[in-house]
Write a protein that binds this ligand. Structure first.
Ligand SMILES: Cc1ncc(COP(=O)(O)O)c(C=O)c1O
Length: 459
């Protein structure tokens, strides 16, 4: 199948300059940052594919809405405009804005999770995982086995393994499981979608056992678009109808609006239960702000109200998913392996396969991230041994992840075809001299969340 580049369903009215600094400047910027791309200046990036979170371009309608922001402390018109949009798109009884996704997760965990309790999901994103742990809880990832095989082309690789979930609930029971979750799309697993059939089976299983079901909805619109494309029976439904069907299965949701609501900051927490919502509001007041603004300015609420609809627009989604598929196709045609099938928000390059001569303890995906910056001023993010290798305290040995990946996340409505061609050409040049590239070693590595601040030196 070919993936022609989908024409952008918009034209450009405002631009932001980007500049490719010279090879010598790039080399010295790398050295100064200890070869950690998180420590570099954004202005030294030509193309920044570090994340798709909060990095999208807002539309003229969103900027116009920002001018209408009502900054009243309580009951602002902006809140009511957002409330109308949230009720229309998601259909839950209660909602509150939060400053971003992790704030919604923090509040939900504070209200529901007690020490020692378990929270299953397909795969928790790392902030969800950390917020459950911060309350003494234990996250469990029960995604289907196909998710771990980069070549497997299962159309819904984000699916929960229903047999594993059944066994998990039988083992721990309702008392030990205060809520069950699912992440759509599954970011930690490559932006892979979950099918409606699977969502229904998960909802049934949670509900048969009296377990409240919450969806991590950061990329729900992309997930619903994949359902329309790939799941029999959904071809004729609108993405919005599919979304309503999906959320009708759940008791609530958390969302980072920085993804599919195409805003630079913001989040949501929604639910149907009255008592839980009362507790959520109390937590919200303590940590975020009054429940009608939740840590955001009125103008942010207005931008989100508009962005929620723009994120569901099917011309936009066709372009968005098509753009990601296009980049993957350019790379695959150049012999660069990526996780299959291509997910929604980014392309995951198999760095381990490009650098088979670099062992995992010399960080092949970090080497590729550095080389891509060196080659083209492009920033991706390592998802491999720097991020995930851990020292087992019991046997004092290092455990390494199965895959060494470089994620190229695509900001929404931000880069064009020529930018993506440039990324693919840069990677192809690296591949042609792959055998000359060496690994890295740490000169500093903190114990937790190492990838953000570690420093390296070339071997
Ligand atoms: C699936 C998922 N859930 C939650 C979050 C956390 O959202 P935020 O960064 O807005 O706190 C993210 C962010 O990347 C995510 O991808």
């Amino acid at each position: 199948m070919t993936h022609p580049y989908p024409p952008e369903p918009f034209r450009i009215k405002v631009v932001e300059s980007i500049r490719l600094i010279s090879p010598a400047e790039r080399e010295s910027a790398l050295k100064e940052a200890g070869y950690n791309l998180f420590s570099m200046k954004a202005e030294d990036m030509f193309i920044d594919l570090l994340t798709d979170s909060g990095t999208g371009a807002m539309s003229q309608e969103q900027w116009a809405a920002i001018m209408r922001g009502d900054e009243s402390y309580a009951g602002a018109r902006s809140f009511h405009r957002l409330k109308t949009a949230v009720e229309d798109v998601f259909g839950f009884k209660h909602f509150a804005p939060t400053h971003q996704g992790r704030a919604a997760e923090n509040i939900l965990a504070a209200c529901l999770v007690k020490p020692g309790q378990w929270v299953p999901s397909n795969m928790h994103f790392d902030t969800t995982d950390a917020n459950i742990r911060a309350r003494g809880g234990r996250p469990a990832n029960l995604v289907i086995d196909e998710a771990h095989d980069p070549e497997n082309r299962h159309p819904f690789k984000g699916n929960m393994d229903i047999a594993k979930l059944k066994a998990f609930i039988a083992k721990y029971g309702r008392e030990q499981i205060p809520l069950g979750m699912i992440t759509v799309t599954n970011n930690a697993g490559g932006g892979q979608p979950v099918s409606m059939e699977n969502l229904k089976a998960v909802a049934d299983l949670y509900h048969q056992n009296g377990i409240p079901f919450f969806i991590d909805a950061a990329r729900y619109a992309e997930n619903c678009y994949f359902i329309k494309q790939r799941e029999p029976g959904y071809e004729q439904k609108s993405v919005k109808e599919i979304a309503r069907e999906m959320f009708a299965l759940a008791d609530g949701m958390t969302m980072s609006a920085k993804k599919d609501a195409i805003v630079n900051i913001g989040g949501l927490i929604c639910m149907n239960d009255d008592t839980l919502f009362q507790n959520v509001q109390n937590e919200l007041i303590l940590r975020e702000g009054f429940p009608t603004y939740g840590g955001l300015a009125g103008r942010d609420l207005d931008a989100m109200a508009v962005g929620l609809y723009e994120g569901l627009d099917e011309d936009y989604l066709s372009y968005r998913i098509g753009q990601t598929a296009y980049l993957a196709k350019q790379l695959n045609d150049a012999g660069i392996p990526t996780i299959q099938p291509t997910g929604g928000h980014g392309v995951y390059v198999n760095a381990g396969a490009i650098f088979p001569h670099i062992p995992n303890y010399e960080f092949p995906a970090q080497a590729l991230a550095i080389e891509l910056y060196r080659e083209g001023g492009i920033r991706g993010v390592e998802i491999g041994s720097v991020m995930f290798a851990c020292l087992d305290p019991e046997d004092n040995t290092w455990h390494y992840p199965k895959l060494e990946l470089l994620r190229l996340a695509i900001p929404r409505r931000t880069y064009t075809q020529s930018h993506l061609d440039y990324v693919a050409e840069s990677l192809a040049r690296i591949k042609s001299r792959a055998s000359q590239i060496r690994g890295y070693k740490y000169t500093y590595a903190p114990e937790l969340l190492r990838h953000f601040t570690a420093r390296f030196e070339p071997l």
